[in-house]
Ligand binder design. Sequence first.
Ligand code: AMP
Ligand code: MN
Ligand code: ZN
Length: 904
Amino acid sequence: MYTAPNKMMDSSKSNDSTNSGIRDSNSTTNDEDKDELCPGFKNADAFVKYGLGAVLSATKASAGLPQAGDEYDFYRSFPGFQEFCESQGDKLLHCMSQIMQHHGCRSHLRDRDKLTGLEESFDQVVDSNDVILERVGILLDEADGVNRTQQPVMPAGFQPPKIVVSSWNRMGPGSGSRSETFRLLHAKNVVRPQLKFKEKVDNSNTPFIPKIFIKPNATKPLPSYFTNKQIRKERPEDLDVPAALADFIHQQRTQEHVEDMFAHPYQYELDHFTIPEGLLSKPEAQMFKPMAETKCYFIDALEDLVALNEKLCKLSEFAVDLEHHSYRSFLGLTCLMQISTREEDFIIDTIELRSELYILNEAFTDPAIVKVFHGSDSDIEWLQRDLGLYVVNIFDTHQASRALNLARHSLDHLLKHFCSVESDKRYQLADWRIRPLPEEMLQYARTDTHYLPYIYDCMRARLLDVNHGQPGLLQSVWNKSKDISLRKYIKPIFTEESYLELQRKQKRSFNTQQLTAFRLLFAWRDKLARQEDESTGFTLPTHMMSKISEELPREPQGIIACCNPVPPLVRQHVNELHLLVQQARDMPLLKAEIVVQKTKGLTPIRKPEVTMFGPHDTSKVSESDLHHCSPYEMPVKQGMLFSEDEDKMDVGVQNTSGLVAKAKITQFEELETQNDQESLPVAQMKARRIVESFENPFRMYLPSGDVHISKNAKFDPSSKIFEISKRWKLQSIEQQQKELEAKREAKKKAKEAAQEHTKKVREERKEAKQSYQESLQNVATVRQQAAESAEGGGKKRERVVSEIGESTPKPSKKLMKSAAKTEEKEPPPQDSFQPFDYSQSDLKVFAGTKPKDNPQFDPNRQAHGFKKKKTPKGQKSSFAAGNRSMSYLAGRSAGGFRQNWPKR
Ligand code: AMP
Ligand code: MN
Ligand code: ZN
């Protein structure tokens, strides 16, 4: 059982509020610190170290117990042993119950009914762990002074975030002595990496559509949906046709592509993949180079990535791993990619190079190159989701470990077993968004791939040996690995029933009102999390959602009181939440439910019990002690932690009815259409009405006019990526020319009607496309190029670049970055903060909040593959097994830890 170190200290002191030796930080803001923080320990670090040591030795000891099945049964025949087991078992259960009680969880572990109780007890422990870990996460966030409203935009008057001083992060006498692990696990004020993304994250409640637009190593060409930008992203609004017609054309264009849109782009290649003969014979294991003697490159520039790709394309195998972050993002973020060859290690900044990493598809999908992963299930999905990368020919050492029936299948174990290397997975859950990446984390990340090529050798040899030289077992590992690489990323989709599955897991029976509250809160949380690009666990942890639903507080303060600590977004939106709870309370109860309530003697609102005591729980401290106030009194004041502007918050305090300020920064704002509607000419108004009445069943599957592909990468012919891209252009040039011709015609027409400034922009765009098309004439296949470049490949590429350079401005990295801008029709915003202009996003596609907009949307279809036939409106299909939408709760979010992580 995981226990937060700071809370292990206290199970007995809940009614001791005077002086327990642990002082709540809120009571002091000065620095003198004479009282002991943790009795018997120098500082919190010492205590934490001690605690971790204790937990570790307990874990070790438990591993040493006789195994069930053989030894255990023997030992059990001795009464002494039996007695000892019982008493120790009771002691442990008591201990666990205490911890659970302390955290306000149900804890009837001891009243066990031996037959049926075990499973339930286990569930209780799992639930409690969820609760505790969620709290730990939120507390750490708060203690670190993470100031989320400040992060999305940093305008002129940017203030450094206020750091909350508490017992957690108070600077000790030697502040350098703080535990590295602790610091790294939760770095302060990580700037949201989403801000850097050239393409906005698509959190819309629509199925994921692959990002791929160029398909290296194709035997079956990429469907035109992906290569044809016209179909893919342009609703033909700029053609001189009414909007309704434009929509219709768009529908026609996309209809035939629906199947392509959701297929695995390399399905065909993977289905026809056969392992090269040579890989099925026994290899000579090539010893790894010691880490100290191996060069390690950190790659965050495009040139280096291109060079790496060239290097990888020449190899016969390399190892890959990813690091990921899920707490402060809705879908999760791939933060790092590690690649190890036999000679070198590479750490790639997948945040910085997010839009460019797809170029590695050239090596990743080359069937002649083995990509070694360990436990690649998630990696495969993250690669698709964030980077548009696919893998053909993968060898998963986790699958190999299973096939070999090794004692454990974690990477640690393989490292120990094959390389005699001790490793620890301490940083596995670190915040990988941190930049610059601390040295320790770099080293950790390296270790994840450095030894894999060697382990791959060893395991292949072993798989053959075990099977008497027959390749069957080895083959099966390759097949299992291939199955993983065939997986498709499935976005969590919100449906009207999503809440039910989660509610069922809560194991609380809810009456009509409570269930309604749960449903409404669930929908609110999902919508807001998508908008703000936060995990649902960060937005409103499930246990708090349950508690609010159960209590149905009459006042906003009651909602605050159900949350400890109060999630920043709950604080911001408490009035909205209050309305939802009220709405739920207005539901009529069933007769039986009313009886139940009466017999229980429940009044719907109770003063919530204080469920925990921690540095951020101010409920037990007298008001005068408070640095910030009790949640019951002045919730807003506490919210200053998350505010940029104290004055504004103070106004809120005076006016308790306006408890909450509106979110200051919303990443995705709905476009204001009200105004221009009024100023539209009658004809256009009509057209708009037609559009509104027009049901386009595909609209919700499409990105809302926003971009999936880095425009600059594709259309700036001077970019290096472009060189690689065009090598792989499989479409016939003729076809492209035709399309261009058609495009030109359309453009001409549109131009006449267009205003002066748009004309100009278009011209630029046309030029760019033209030169792009012209340059396609020079396309050679990559193999030809590779052959030609045998002795001056670099030169050849130089030449191409300079040819293009004649018609377009010389490339520079900055230019490339701003290339996307010039394509937009709007004048660039005054702000110098352009790449992150979230205000332009249109979230109307959020099916969850406006189901009427897309009545035919059936997300389950994604799991089953799409059929052109539509499900009738009313017919609600049951949950597909593959649909993770409701159980998907990222990272520390509720239930997140129940995810079946493969052993790594
Ligand atoms: P690894 O393959 O072990 O390097 O893990 C890759 C990423 O998966 C990490 O960066 C974490 O974000 C995530 N991860 C791994 N194990 C777990 C786990 N047990 N719980 C939650 N996240 C995990
Ligand atoms: Mn991994
Ligand atoms: Zn890793």
